[in-house]
Ligand binder design. Sequence first.
Ligand code: 1GP
Length: 235
Amino acid sequence: TATIYENLSLLKNLNQKQLTVLIDPDKFEESIAEKFFDDLPNSITHIFVGGSTVEANKTERTVAAIKLFSDLPIIIFPGDYTQITEKADAILFLSLLSGRNPEYLIEQQVKSVTWLKNSNLEIIPTGYILIDGGNESAVQRISKTQPMQQDNVEAIVNTALAGQFSGKQLIYLEAGSGAIKHVSLEIIREVKKALSIPLIIGGGIKTAEQLENVYKAGADMVVIGTAFEKGDFHY
Ligand code: 1GP
């Protein structure tokens, strides 16, 4: 059977858009899980699980709880290496390419190997690029790195391409969870034009109209956390 990544690339080539719900284990209530999944749109294709700071073992419990209500692929989107759990299907093996902090460029990755080397998790090398969303994001605070400015389109395109050239299989443009403004349509268009690997967009997307526009600009996958969590995604 095809891997999650193989499916993703295939669907990208068919221009079939993917929609991911991001679940932060620290905010996830097992008692309301059933209603949470009932309320999600049918168009959801993937589940990401992760947060900037998650208490030990909470990720594993959350993945187990999600599996009771959903058969969708579950992908770890880790804030750090302690969030790795074998119960998920895959992991985004992230490098924070927008930042210049070795801890999030290579050190966390080295620390994670003890857990990953004997694991069955599908590992997906991902270039993660933080872009200013109009407020200070958790990624910025925890990683102690600066986001890229939205008017610096060329630098963002070059960073995404540097990721592709160094072998990343995905590029994820992140405005930060709860961003005031999502990644601009211009940035998405320009990065999409340059890349041949799938493009993920997340942070601050709250309405069906924004979602549609972000897809049209070239996102292959969109990640929505806060709006689904609060139950106030606007259709
Ligand atoms: C954050 O891109 C995701 O990593 C989702 O952001 O919570 O703003 O939807 P939101």
